[in-house]
Design a protein around this ligand. Structure first.
Ligand SMILES: Cc1ncc(COP(=O)(O)O)c(C=O)c1O
Length: 394
C-alpha cells in the first residue's frame, strides 16, 4: 500500500502571496552573458576599504568567533551612539541595537510593533523589500505615490497626511528614497511628525541613504533631528551603502529606550547577534570611515550629474536630478511594460537596468539605473540605451 500524504506542502498564504523580485528575474535572464553592463543592482561598485576588511580579519585571527550580546558589542553601540549624536541628536548607547544589515533592522522593527491586519502607510515607488516585509506579518499596506516632475519627484503632503488616518499603525518612510532619490523636506517632516505624534502612529524612518545626499548639508534631514526619545520614531540604518559593506550584512536601529529589552528578545530569536568580527569591521568603519563617506559622495555626485545630463539628451527619455541615493529613476516614452523593456535591453544591447514596476505599479513606465559606476561605463550604457531606443522606432 502506498502511503498517503493528505497535507499539502505549502507556505503560509501571506508568504505565498509575496511578490518575487522582478530585478532578480531580470538578473537571471542576463546570467551567463559577460557582455551585460550591470546597473540593475543597488550597491557601490567599490570593494570595502582595506582598513575595514583588516579589522574584520584581525578579529577572526584573534579568535573572536563566539556569540555577543544580542544588541551588539558595547564598543560598537557606543561608537554608533556617538555617530548618531554627531549627525542628529544626543543619543545613548542604550538606544542602539546592532542588526544583521538594514533589511533585518526593518524586519525587527516591524516584528516589534506590527500585528496581523494592521494598516501601514508607505510612500512609493519604493524598494520592494520594504513593501513586502509588513505583508509577511499580515499587515495591509496602503501606498501614497510620489509624482514625477522634471524638477524631481514630489510628495503631495496633504495626501500623505490624509492616508495617515487614526488607527494606522505605522508609516514606513525611506528618504532619500530608493528608487526615485526623492528626499523629504524638513517642513514636510515636521508636519508628518506632529500628525503622527497626535495620532500615535509609529514612524519607521529608513535612513539607509542619509549619507548620499547632494544638497548643501552632508547628511539628509532625518526624523532623528526633530523627534526625541519619547516619540514613536525608529530609525533603521545600514553599513552597506555608506561604507561599501553590502556583503557584510551589518546595520543598526535607533529605538526609544522603553523598547530595547523587547527588541533584544526578538534579536535572540531571529539571529541572536551579528557576527562579532563583522561588528569589529563596522566599528572601524564608523570610527575612521568619514573619508570613505566623503569620497563616495563626491564620486556619486559626479556620476549623477553626468548620467542625468546625458540621459536627457536621448530622445524619449525624461530624467529628473535625484537629490539623494544612487539611482536615476527615469521615464522612457512609449514604455508600458518596464519588465519586458528591460529584458529587451539585456537581449538587444547588453544593458542591465531595473524595471520600474519592481518598485510597485506606481513605478511602471520608468526604469532605475544605479549610477555607482565609472564614467566610462555610464557613457557606454547611455550609448547602448540610445541604440536600443533607435531599434524600437518603426
Ligand atoms: C531603501 C533601502 N533600505 C534598506 C536597504 C538595506 O540594505 P542592507 O540590507 O544591505 O543593509 C536597502 C538596500 O538596497 C535599501 O535600498
Amino acid at each position: 500500500m502506498k502511503p498517503e500524504y493528505p497535507h499539502a506542502l505549502a507556505a503560509r498564504p501571506a508568504v505565498r502571496a509575496l511578490t518575487a523580485s522582478k530585478i532578480r528575474e531580470l538578473f537571471n535572464a542576463g546570467i551567463g552573458r559577460a557582455d551585460v553592463l550591470p546597473f540593475w543592482v543597488g550597491e557601490p561598485d567599490e570593494a570595502t576599504p582595506e582598513f575595514i576588511r583588516r579589522a574584520g580579519m584581525d578579529s577572526i585571527a584573534a579568535g573572536e568567533v563566539f556569540y555577543t550580546h544580542n544588541l551588539g558589542i558595547p564598543e560598537l553601540r557606543e561608537a554608533l551612539a556617538a555617530y548618531v549624536s554627531r549627525l542628529h541628536r544626543p543619543t545613548q548607547p542604550g538606544e542602539i541595537a546592532v542588526t544583521s544589515a538594514g533589511v533585518n533592522a526593518l524586519m525587527l522593527a516591524s516584528q516589534l510593533l506590527v500585528d496581523p491586519d494592521d494598516r501601514v502607510v508607505e510612500v512609493v515607488p519604493l524598494w520592494p523589500n520594504l513593501q513586502e516585509i509588513p505583508k509577511i506579518l499580515g499587515a495591509e499596506v496602503v501606498t501614497v505615490p510620489l509624482e514625477f516632475a522634471a524638477s524631481g519627484w514630489q510628495l503631495d503632503l496633504e495626501r500623505l497626511l490624509d492616508a495617515l488616518a487614526p488607527g494606522t499603525k505605522a508609516l514606513y518612510l525611506n528618504s532619500p528614497n530608493n528608487p526615485t532619490g526623492w528626499t523629504i523636506s524638513r517642513e514636510a517632516q515636521q508636519a508628518v511628525l506632529v500628525h503622527c505624534r497626535e495620532r500615535g502612529i509609529w514612524i519607521f524612518a529608513d535612513d539607509a541613504y542619509e549619507r548620499q545626499y547632494y544638497d548643501a548639508t552632508p547628511v539628509a534631514p532625518s526624523f532623528l533631528d526633530i523627534a526625541d526619545a519619547r516619540d514613536r520614531v525608529i530609525s533603521t540604518n545600514t553599513f552597506s551603502k555608506s561604507w561599501c559593506m553590502t556583503g557584510w550584512r551589518l546595520g543598526w536601529l535607533v529605538v526609544p529606550p522603553a523598547l530595547v529589552d523587547d527588541l533584544g528578545k526578538l534579536i535572540e530569536y531571529n539571529t541572536s547577534c551579528s557576527p562579532v568580527f563583522v561588528q569589529r569591521a563596522g566599528l572601524a568603519a564608523v570610527r575612521d570611515g568619514e573619508p570613505v563617506v566623503a569620497h563616495m559622495l563626491e564620486r556619486l555626485r559626479r556620476a549623477r550629474d553626468l548620467l542625468v545630463a546625458r540621459l536627457n539628451e536621448v530622445p524619449g527619455v525624461e530624467a529628473a536630478l535625484p537629490s539623494g541615493a544612487m539611482y536615476a529613476f527615469f521615464r522612457v516614452a512609449g514604455v508600458r511594460d518596464s519588465l519586458a523593456f528591460c529584458k529587451q535591453l539585456v537581449g538587444d544591447v547588453g544593458l542591465g537596468l531595473a524595471p520600474g514596476s519592481a518598485f510597485g505599479p506606481e513605478g511602471e513606465g520608468c526604469v532605475r539605473w544605479c549610477f555607482a559606476s565609472s564614467e566610462a561605463r555610464l557613457l557606454d550604457g547611455v550609448e547602448r540605451l540610445r541604440r536600443a531606443l533607435e531599434m524600437r522606432r518603426p
